[in-house]
Design a protein around this ligand. Sequence first.
Ligand code: FES
Ligand SMILES: [Fe+2]
Length: 369
Amino acid sequence: MEQSLDSTAYLTAEAFAADRAAIFHRQWFCAAREEDLPEPGDHSVIDVAGESVLLVRGKQGALHAHYNVCRHRGSRMCDAANDARWGVTLDAGVVGRTMIRCPYHGWSYALDGRLLAAPQLQDTPGFEKAAFSLHPVGVAIWGGFVFLNLSPETAPDFEAELTDPARRLANYPLADLRTAKTIRYELNANWKLILENYNECYHCPGVHPELTAIVPAFKERGGIDLDWEAGIPHREGAYTYTMDGTTTRAPFPGLSEEEKVRHKGELIYPNLMLSVSCDHAAAFVLWPLAADRTLIECRFLFHREEMVRADFDPSDAVDFWDLVNRQDWAVCERVQSGIAARVHTHGYYAPIEDLSLDIRRYVSRTHEA
Ligand code: FES
Ligand SMILES: [Fe+2]
């Protein structure tokens, strides 16, 4: 059997710092949905891998992302939590939907990051505003998901990275989905353990009785025969992830007959786990906080036309997923505490966990790059 990563990869501050540097500081990662920022000037501050990013909708409608750091002497431009801590309100951040202003000495920037004005410096010889744009963060969109890259000058080709998931989910109207409910889970587990758990079905018979009742294929031979390209069939009469496998919601427009009764799942490295049924999607965005702590933002997405119906109710899917999720998080935390035992140096992947091995490949590939 193949060995898993060394236990230290999930446990130590050094390994966590290496993941941050090799993966989150260099690769594309999922950070938001386009729907979060509908209007010019709408913005959010995103803390990832020890960095603070300002994501903002520009005047022409495009999204821009910048390091949340003024080019003058380095103040954060948006930091409402710090203001609250000191009981002050600084006139700063995204102001009047048209500019970003630093609170310290008032340098102001366009939403796209260009320096607009620096008080008292207009007559300074040799002061070129063009050289003082905010440090950029890469932005890319796929299916309504917003991805960021903290090293845009050396970022991998985003479209190439998404080629396979985009092909497998081509019929799903992901950009037309909207978030009906978000649940945030904070786990005492390393982010890679959560990805590994998502990527194998060996654990399904023991951990997920309700899920395997709807999807018996998850019980068969540890999931080795599952065809994720074609989608996973449900039991006779079931076609979605709810407690009884049915729903009153219409299937997404554009699905094939097979996709109307099957389930698909994608792991988009490093931090988006996406599960799609015919009528909803569950999107899990992982935010690694420490070697042994991860925040999972779980969004439940539905077609926007379905959501405006008077009788729209997401709870059949949300309740089912929340149960399955909590079963998963419980075992992930057990692994995190178990692998810290002094006798455990690494685990093993059974042959039927072959997909989990992919994580080891991803981690070693990105760390070597
Ligand atoms: S640090 Fe931002 S204007 Fe001085
Ligand atoms: Fe699971």
